[in-house]
Design a protein around this ligand. Structure first.
Ligand SMILES: Cc1cc2nc3c(=O)[nH]c(=O)nc-3n(C[C@H](O)[C@H](O)[C@H](O)COP(=O)(O)O)c2cc1C
Length: 428
């Protein structure tokens, strides 16, 4: 039976850029492992499939909010010991990592967590990251995706360098069967690695591969390789476009069961819609207007200094006339068209999740919309991006999850012990 999947995307004090400024924020706890442990435990109480960490290799605009956080792979080692069932997913950059490092770290984590690890392969984006790794600027997009494809192959070959039954622990004979642990002798355009790996095959065989490609090259890699996909969709129509395209590509790649797609979702939940809106407003009011305005001006290439903060945003030129980056501009146009926000509300929407979907309302209202997406080719699950942590994940788990469970859409108990099992993916 098809079930909804839920993934918690943990980011600092929450995904709203002003969340850390709130008097009750966890800003002082960002370097305390127990903060992340308790977030993971809350998600596990809600029977979520997994928690997820993004990763970037550079910081900027440091005064604007916390940008320093743990290396996610290291953090997962701590979380593996603080949780029992929930999946643990980290981003891994194929541009800045070698396959041997990644294969070894992820295999170690899969053993430490007894089969709960996933990896989100990204090609990274910023020149500032590239400059921390010996490049002058980010290498071209197509080159990065070529490298990502080879990276994934090489990592998986290294995991396959040990058969599942290679270790025999025969105290009077051999520790492992020699013919079940092999060199991989990978030599490609970007990497060479001899193998075998220094650690036995991971409990899941292959830790679960996530991808979040949006471009042509990104979608091609996701269709060919990913076992689950993170997506960005502002509304159901955008979600359906992406979902149907990815399922079509998956079928063409011979993947009969399709690939589960999880768009990001920002939620403000409360017992009345007015209360939920008040929560959103309270965070939006903490935004430093000057910084947020500068960001908006860069997205839409317009001077907004004469605009009234609490009046509706003026109409903008159509997408066809805009010559800058079109993705973000299209999102701004969509928000204006569907919500007719004031300038302050628009800044808030962009500051929490950007182009991801935002749902504001009672638990039933939010469950209705999630169900609508899930039933109508919009999503197989959601990558929850709470605007404020820990309060918004606690509210979601206590108020929305029971509604989804009552409707038979979401598990009431874990049925398996591995991430691969939670996502109903075939064994490898
Ligand atoms: C939920 C989600 C998480 C992402 N996490 C990261 C990340 O941690 N690091 C990163 O460099 N890119 C991250 N990305 C960006 C994607 O890897 C990808 O670059 C982006 O979706 C644009 O697609 P393209 O690379 O095909 O152009 C993420 C995207 C999504 C939707």
């Amino acid at each position: 039976m098809r079930e909804m999947h839920l993934n918690l995307f943990i980011f600092g004090c929450g995904h709203h850029r002003a969340a850390w400024r709130h008097p009750a924020s966890a800003i002082e706890r960002l370097n305390d492992a127990r903060y992340y442990e308790s977030l993971a435990q809350t998600a596990e109480r809600g029977k979520f499939d997994a928690i997820f960490f993004a990763d970037w290799h550079a910081i900027d605009n440091i005064a604007d909010g916390p940008r320093s956080y743990f290396d996610p792979l290291t953090l997962l080692a701590a979380l593996a010991r603080a949780t029992e069932k929930i999946g643990l997913i980290s981003t891994v950059s194929s541009t800045f990592t070698t396959p041997f490092h990644a294969a070894r770290t992820l295999a170690s984590l899969d053993h430490l967590s007894k089969g709960r690890i996933g990896w989100n392969v990204v090609t990274s984006m910023f020149d500032s990251e590239a400059r921390n790794h010996g490049y002058d600027a980010m290498p071209p997009h197509a080159w990065r995706y070529g490298r990502a494809t080879e990276f994934i192959d090489a990592v998986q070959k290294l995991w396959d360098s040990w058969d599942a039954d290679a270790v025999i622990n025969d105290r009077h004979g051999d520790y492992a069967c020699k013919d079940k642990v092999r060199a991989v002798n990978h030599k490609g355009e970007h990497f060479s690695t001899q193998g075998p790996l220094t650690i036995p095959r991971p409990p899941q065989g292959h830790p679960v591969l996530f991808q979040a490609g949006a471009s042509e090259e990104g979608r091609a890699v996701a269709a060919a390789k990913a076992e689950a996909i993170y997506a960005v969709a502002y509304d159901l129509e955008a979600a359906q476009d992406y979902y149907r395209d990815m399922q079509r590509r998956a079928k063409l790649a011979g993947r009969e069961k399709g690939i589960p797609v999880m768009p990001g979702l920002v939620t403000y939940v409360a017992s009345t819609q007015a209360e939920a809106k008040a929560k959103q407003q309270a965070l939006d009011e903490l935004l430093p207007v000057a910084t947020s305005l500068r960001q908006l001006e860069s997205f839409i290439a317009q001077d907004c200094s004469g605009w009234e903060l609490d009046a509706p945003v003026p109409a903008l030129p159509p997408l066809e006339d805009f010559t800058g980056p079109k993705g973000r501009y299209a999102t701004v146009l969509r928000i204006i068209r569907s919500e007719q926000p004031t300038l302050r509300q628009l800044l808030g929407r962009l500051a929490a999740g950007g182009g991801h979907c935002t749902m504001v309302g009672t638990p039933e209202m939010i469950a209705d919309r999630m169900e609508d997406w899930w039933r109508n080719d919009g999503a197989d699950g959601f990558n929850l991006m709470p605007p404020s942590l820990p309060s918004d994940i606690e509210d979601f788990v206590d108020q929305v999850v029971p509604v989804l469970q009552k409707r038979g859409l979401f598990r009431t108990e874990y049925q398996t012990d591995t991430l691969r099992g939670h996502l109903s993916l075939p064994p490898v």
